[in-house]
Unconditional design. Structure first.
Length: 221
């Protein structure tokens, strides 16, 4: 004889378990992804014999799934630390950390030296690396844009509010650290990548030069 009450109870438990499993599966599918990154180091000898060492350490990214299940909008939170050491008669310098974001663009090519307002070429793609701060980007296929991480509020020479995209240091060493800085990308229906860069303008008693360090490209979905 079939116990209908027990059958109904078992069906209810199975149904509840299925709902719970479905919620767990959905949560797992939409979970953020933590990406540890290797950072990097570059050493450059200046014309007066001084050496400049630039390091990118503690770099990581937390990638968020597309909002509203749409592939044209995704977010990432990036962290890292830029460190600079200068030998010789160093007077100081400025550190400009930032990121380049590309939509369906190969950004695996090596970085090049250049001015803070200069251009860099990645596998034939010209990407401006003189962007203002701000990380809400809208890109179409084949496009890439850059931005500086820092937005330091300070007074200018006349006492008015000004915003700086660099961290100044005096002497032979300096550093700047950022945590959970946002990269918001919209409009890109295909794969997207990002890549950190650190530009450092250094002054010694005899020369002024710019050294650029590129981080490893990483996918943001």
């Amino acid at each position: 004889m079939i116990d209908r009450k027990n059958s109904a109870r078992m069906a209810g438990l199975v149904g509840a378990a299925a709902v719970t499993f479905g919620l767990l599966s959905a949560g797992a599918a939409n979970a953020d992804t933590f990406v540890p990154l290797p950072g990097g180091e570059i050493v450059k000898t200046l014309s007066d014999g001084s050496t400049v060492t630039v390091r990118l350490v503690g770099e990581s990214a937390l990638i968020s799934p597309s909002m509203g299940s749409t592939p044209v909008h995704r977010n990432a939170w990036v962290s890292g630390s830029a460190q600079v050491e200068v030998s010789g008669n160093a007077k100081g310098g400025k550190i400009y950390p930032g990121y380049v974001v590309g939509c369906q663009v190969n950004i695996d090519g090596g970085g090049v030296e250049g001015g803070v307002e200069g251009e860099s070429s990645w596998d034939g793609e010209d990407v401006s690396v003189g962007a203002e701060s701000g990380a809400e980007l809208s890109l179409g296929p084949g496009q890439a844009k850059s931005f500086y991480i820092l937005d330091i509020e300070k007074a200018d020479d006349y006492g008015n509010e000004d915003h700086g995209t660099n961290n100044k240091f005096k002497g032979k060493s300096g550093s700047v650290t950022w945590a959970d800085s946002t990269i918001g990308l919209s409009g890109c229906g295909g794969y997207a990548q990002a890549r950190a860069f650190v530009k450092v303008k250094v002054e010694t008693e005899n020369v002024s030069s710019v050294v650029t360090l590129w981080g490893q490209p990483f996918s943001i979905g």
